[in-house]
Design a protein around this ligand. Structure first.
Ligand code: UDP
Ligand code: MG
Length: 316
């Protein structure tokens, strides 16, 4: 039977959370009284999550496993979930139970009112370090300011998407993905639902600082040219300063001011300019690297095992 609801959970070494995730999602979804499916995307786990997913799928036919050939990253895992989902409404949820499944009925209620994207906004976050809270908060505010799409603040990937939105997202095959931005970019009627983000049920975060930084860069480069513009501004500022100071230096030297006969000033300005140029090159490099990745046109992910799909044909 075709499910009305699809729940997608990306899984990277979440062995200890999985049974509880399945239990709580089942309890909540059964309460809604419509057929549903739980898509567990195994993103190259190495802690036995893979076997546990297979086991859950054997016991419960509503569980559909998608098992990757290796770790492709959180955003790609969610993308695969969207590709395999068959429901009229699709809910993305973290497997560590930081997004309580009990909030899903609130999201569904808004969807039934006619909203096509219902995102869950964190009013409180439990069990996170001050560093994570600070960097996350800074990240959402920077993204909000400099990107062209208005990506809702303090909102993760926990959200409900209508089939119409999922179908649009499925046509957007960019490799460097920031799904929150992409979901905001498509438009439709969107609304937030507040919720309290819980602490992790088990295990530790799979988003070390390096991955957070990567995601931030993907978000910024994917939705704005701001860094490129910064390079341009820096160039104009340096050139402007040079225009002002060159005549001053020439005149001072001609009149014989001793202070203008040293190498230190030269060294400092060369260092400054060198720095500006290298930073600008780096920014360019970030964009060009991403263009190169897109042009290669490799598949977004490779599945080792996946359920038969009736309606759609994912991949690439
Ligand atoms: N995740 C994933 N692949 C990765 C990293 C994370 O599928 O490479 C999953 C992870 O299992 C979890 C979700 O993405 O279900 C969110 O990750 P996490 O809870 O570690 O991030 P945090 O909540 O600390 O930001
Ligand atoms: Mg988490």
């Amino acid at each position: 039977m075709k499910p009305v609801f699809s729940i997608i959970a990306p899984i990277f070494n979440e062995h200890d959370s999985l049974p509880e995730l399945h239990r709580r999602v089942s309890a909540v979804m059964d309460g809604l009284g419509e057929p549903w499916e739980l898509i567990l995307v195994d993103d190259g786990s190495s802690d036995g999550s893979t076997d546990l997913i297979r086991q859950l799928a054997e016991q419960d036919e509503r569980v559909r496993p998608v098992i990757f050939a290796r770790n492709f990253g959180h955003q790609i895992a969610v993308t695969a979930g969207l590709d395999y989902a068959r429901g009229d409404a699709v809910v993305i949820i973290d497997a560590d139970l930081q997004d309580p499944p009990e909030v899903i009925p609130d999201l569904v209620a808004r969807w039934r009112e006619g909203y096509e994207v219902v995102y869950a906004v964190r009013t409180e976050r439990e069990g996170e370090s001050w560093f994570k809270l600070f960097t996350a908060s800074l990240f959402y505010r920077i993204i909000f300011r400099i990107t062209d799409v208005k990506i809702p603040m303090d909102t993760g990937d926990f959200r409900l998407l209508d089939r119409k939105v999922v179908n649009v997202l499925k046509t957007m095959r960019e490799r460097h993905r920031f799904l929150r931005g992409m979901a905001a970019w498509v438009g439709f009627r969107q609304i937030g639902v507040p919720y309290k983000r819980a602490a992790r049920f088990a295990g530790s975060t799979k988003y070390p600082f390096k991955k957070m930084l990567r995601l931030a860069l993907t978000a910024i480069t994917g939705f704005s040219y701001f860094p490129l513009q910064v390079a341009t501004y820096l160039g104009f500022i340096s050139a402007g300063l040079a225009l002002i100071f060159i005549p001053i230096v020439v005149i001072e030297r001609l009149v014989g001011n001793q202070a203008f006969f040293g190498q230190a000033t030269t060294l400092v300005s060369v260092l400054f300019l060198g720095g500006v140029q290298l930073i600008s090159l780096g920014i360019l490099g970030e964009y060009i690297g991403r263009i190169y990745d897109e042009v290669k046109g490799r598949p977004l992910y490779i599945v080792r095992e996946a359920p038969e799909n009736d309606s759609s044909h994912p991949q690439s």
